[in-house]
Design a protein around this ligand. Structure first.
Ligand code: FES
Length: 113
């Protein structure tokens, strides 16, 4: 007897088991807005199983520094170096988005007042 069950549903990937990757845009506009310091702040807080990489333009110029967390597809905009520790603690270590930092274009709850 087998424990394998068959399903007609499309297989889903348990995203909690997929290593996270943080992409920090280092292209022109984001760089002018301080993206290099944001990348440096991430580098100062290394997290096991989380890769932080410099990225080319993420296509959202003018809203930077832009940060994209994969595979979650969570976008953060206007990220400041002093906000990185909050992202690390809340999102990368505890799996909760930082609502007040979300990019409003892709996450409605990220509207900044
Ligand atoms: S320069 Fe960063 S999103 Fe385009």
């Amino acid at each position: 007897m087998s424990n394998v069950t068959q399903s007609s549903h499309t297989p889903t990937i348990d995203q909690s088991s997929v290593p996270k990757c943080v992409r920090v845009c280092q292209n022109r506009t984001c760089k002018k807005q301080g993206a290099a310091k944001v990348l440096k702040a991430f580098a100062a807080l290394p997290i096991p199983d989380v890769t932080v990489t410099a990225s080319g333009c993420l296509g959202q110029c003018g809203n930077g520094p832009m940060v994209l967390v994969l595979p979650d597809m969570v976008w953060y905009s206007g990220v400041q170096p002093n906000e990185v520790s909050l992202m690390v603690e809340q999102h990368l270590l505890n799996g909760k988005k930082v609502n007040q930092m979300l990019y409003h274009r892709f996450h409605a709850q990220g509207l900044k007042l």
